[in-house]
Design a protein around this ligand. Sequence first.
Ligand code: ATP
Length: 895
Amino acid sequence: MDYRSTMPWHAKPAEEICKELKTSTEGLSDAEAALRLKAHGINELRKKENRTILQMLWEQLKDPMIIILIGAAILSFVLHEALEGGVILFIVSVNAVISIIQEKKAEASLDALKKMTTGRAVALRQGEESNIPASELVPGDIVFLEDGSMVPADIRLLDSSSLKIQEASLTGEAIPSEKDADKILDESCSLGDRSNMAYSSTLVTYGRGVGIVVATGMNTEVGQIAHMIDSQNEFDTPLKKKLTSVGKTLTIVGLVVCALIFAIGFFYKQPLIPLLMTAISLAISIIPEGLPATATIVLALGVQRMAKRGAIIRKLPAVETLGGATVICSDKTGTLTLNKMTVTQIAIASDVGSGKARPTQSALKMNGSYYELIRAGALCNNAEFDPDNPGSILGDPTEGALIVLSQKFGEDHGDLEEDCPRLFEQPFDSHRKRMSTINEVGGKPVVFTKGAIDELIPVCTKILTAEGERPITDEDIESVRRISDGMASDALRVLAFAKKSIDTVPEDDDADVEFGLTFIGLVGMIDPPREEVKAAIKTCWDAGIRTVMITGDHRITAVAIAKELDIWHKGDTVYTGDELDEMSDNDYNNAVRTTSVYARVTPEQKLKIVEALKRTGEIVSMTGDGVNDAPALKAADIGIAMGLSGTDVAKEASDMIITDDNFTTIVDAVKEGRRVYRNIQKVIQFLLAGNISEILTIFIATLFNFPAPLLAVHILWINLATDTLPALALGVDPPEADVMKHKPKKSGTLFEKALVIRVITQGCFIAAATLIAFFIGLRDDLPSGQAMAFCTIAFSQLFYSYSQRSNTKSIFSKGLFENKALFVSVLVSAALMLVLVVIPPVREVFALSSLDADEWLMILGLSLIPTALIEIQKAIWHFVSKYSHRRQTGGQHAR
Ligand code: ATP
């Protein structure tokens, strides 16, 4: 049978579909699922295939520079300079191979990344709910949908409870549509109105549902629309675009200079053909065509390193942005804290009188009095003990702590749920900050509600005392608040409980039952801060990055934890969601500058905080996990979703996912981002200074009517042998020790003024050394001069690649082997040079004369000069900046 989304599944009763798809109430067996997987293929949208090697080669051949080079080779053959032509062709081919290897490597790392972010689904297999990769779903599978998950395939709903799905990816409609499994629709019903269906790639924003998979992979509706998902564009990061545009500018500059060199040589009546060849090869060498590819590799390798540490980059530009982050807005629960809740204090009406909560241990001795509170906590609860993992909890840790509490009081959670079956649920949401269930207690329905104290007290009219229920008084409320504040200032999360008996269970799923309740009591639970977070926050502080806590929890609890973690400093302001609601955009702008803690915040307010921070010029990273966090995650410069507790919706909206939900992982990722950014700068500086030295050498010689110090093949060889390897090695340079000790770099400062100055001055140093070597050799003959110039420029570049590792620290402050890749690549490049100069037949190909010991000594001495000058330059800059910093701060160190 052809299971396609185009079939009228929405027009058939659910039972008929189950029969048709041969699925029982147990779901599919593993064997049947495997058979179907073979028959229907994996549940994935077909990606545009990565380019084949031939296609890549073809793209290389279409590159104008390669065409010019091949033209130059042909010209050489025509002029019977077969050797030179052969060398050019050889170099072009090796260059093409290297580029293809680079591109393949970059593609492979991106593919590996994509695999890491593929989704999972909960399906019923052999009668059990199993969490499987969404790609393994087959038609006939029964799957479960819940608030926050992405629909993994096209599904005919079998059951739904307040289910709402946002189908913008399919229909363009941003408002979530309500679903109803029980409807049978007309065959002609349009896609957007099929309320009994859920379609692949859409997002569940509310409620729950169960359904049967009717189409997978390319047979789904989205598969029909998106015949192919183009994965190539992901390479086009702003950085790559910037490098490409800089490349274009340099191409124009290079071509102008080459034309100038040609014109001057022509004016001096230099032999035309060698002049043309030199001009062409110079043009080729000045164009940093390898730069975007090298940058992509540096980025991709950085992304792999981040993934190993638990930070999965979903959008490549995030790596660059991360390095520039100035504020990290973090959730509290689970990110700054362990999300391991334990109830440590309890209070009921009798304690309210005394104004003090009771430690759990002491309450245990008074078992009976706390029964109502314990029962409400266990019944108004969706967590359960993990049957496969005794002692651990499945579900929300806040609720888990309540089950553990009931167990401590000798109440078995399972027995309680059996004795008092659930009839209705009004789920928790971060706006109401409450949750309610209706359970049958002794044959009668009873509402149990739990939630944040300031949200629960207003819906309570009575209080439960040892003598029974009575109206709640202002003194009671005052006293309850005092107890709650006491718990909160001990950094405890406070939950309040209430109940009421009712006559009938509401029929409408969305009915509100939270009014006229009877207050039962409070619990306070500890959620210890993660041990390593305090140090990570200090690292951020040193790095000029502000940490801001945004939490749904109570103000006092939030501040207590913020103080413990050093997020809150004297003078910082604290705002609650209610206070934020009163603010204008302008007030927001002022508030965000000084606020380090936001409490009782709703996701909408999170969005406004991000927007205000961005308006004040900050680069904002923001964490989130819930469905409603998606807009804030999208708006942030770097949206960070939680891997463990995050919903698919939040992950989908994010730029980065942290697999362990840990704040420290974000800081590690920022550090890696800064390292990547710096390494790309090192590569740029190294390659461009080298190119400038080549062009200056030739330009100056031509200007004064000297023969070319370097031949076309020399220039090409330098670009291939002595530039590529050290450039790649600089791309993986370990981070500098002070990488998290300076302020974040402003975005768009990759080509900062200092870098441009360094490129030009360092290019001049190398050109000067090369010209001196040339003139010394020229006293014998031209091939000697060229050999001296060729070796000096190549070895200067190799030596000064080591200087590039820091712009401020001396070359001796870093070990020779610290960057092993650089050590090896310098050795290999030097060996390649020696092969060229020392082995006679090869030497002849490159038209070089042999060099004696004196000349070698001279070359070595001259090649070291640029590095020495750069080191002196560093020392001077270091001195000047220290002096000016002292003058600015008046000798004081501001924190
Ligand atoms: P964050 O993760 O952003 O730091 P949070 O997890 O503390 O915030 P929410 O989950 O929105 O924030 O919870 C806000 C408040 O709602 C809590 O302080 C608590 O009083 C109450 N609350 C939390 N979980 C539940 C729940 N399952 N049922 C009822 N009330 C809850």
